[in-house]
Ligand binder design. Structure first.
Ligand code: HEC
Ligand code: HEC
Ligand code: HEC
Length: 134
């Protein structure tokens, strides 16, 4: 009985440490070119993203799956924002269409956050096309 309890408490300890594991991952120091879903036909230039200019933001604001998986995932990971060329109206509005992930009016999106901060009169990144699509 005692050893079962001991084993059980070790298992519980391991489970709780795993559940509360804090990410030890570091943000890339240099700007990263954002990946686009494979085979996408692009109208605009690829966008470069500087982590260093976003050090004040929590990783999980953008890498919003980090609460479940401490590893930062690229946005176009399979099953996430991985639709490159939408056809139907529904597909064009879907958050799986990668473009929406970066422009929609939500905090995790580039332009969503920039527009909201600008409206609040706080420091913000670019909101004009050329500020990101250089
Ligand atoms: C704050 C940054 C930001 C701003 C401002 C922005 N975009 Fe984007 N846009 C992105 C990111 C990031 C992507 C996805 C990565 C990529 O396509 O390189 C993207 C993707 C796109 C795409 C889909 C990919 C393609 O090239 O066909 C289009 C179209 C687009 N943007 C148009 C615009 C237009 C038009 C504006 C201005 C009205 C604009 N964007 C402003 C960040 C921005
Ligand atoms: C303001 C948004 C934002 C914040 C905050 C942010 N990141 Fe990122 N991160 C990105 C974007 C966008 C990419 C490029 C994703 C892509 O290519 O799809 C990226 C890419 C990465 C990558 C490379 C992933 C890969 O496999 O290509 C790592 C690692 C990473 N981030 C870690 C972090 C860590 C750690 C933090 C917090 C200290 C952090 N990021 C904060 C937006 C952000
Ligand atoms: C949660 C809010 C937030 C999100 C999401 C976010 N940004 Fe920003 N971004 C900021 C703020 C705030 C600044 C201004 C930082 C400063 O002036 O110190 C900024 C600045 C920038 C700058 C200007 C850097 C410079 O040289 O001054 C660029 C470019 C930029 N962001 C691109 C992006 C792109 C691309 C994405 C999406 C992948 C993104 N940002 C997502 C808040 C955000």
């Amino acid at each position: 009985m005692r050893s079962i309890l001991a084993i059980a408490s070790v298992i519980i300890m391991l489970l709780t440490t795993a559940a509360f594991a804090v990410t030890t991952e570091k943000a890339p120091a240099d700007p990263v070119i954002i990946k686009v879903p494979e085979g996408t036909k692009l109208k605009k230039s690829l966008v470069s993203f500087p982590h260093a200019k976003h050090a004040a933001e929590a990783c999980a604001t953008c890498h919003h799956t980090m609460d479940k998986n401490p590893k930062a995932q690229p946005c176009s990971t399979k099953g996430c924002h991985d639709m490159g060329n939408p056809v139907t109206k529904e597909e064009k509005l879907s958050m799986t269409y990668f473009r929406n992930a970066y422009h929609a009016n939500v905090t995790a999106s580039c332009n969503g956050c920039h527009k909201a901060r600008k409206a609040e009169g706080k420091p913000a990144g670019p909101t004009d096309c050329k500020g990101c699509h250089k």
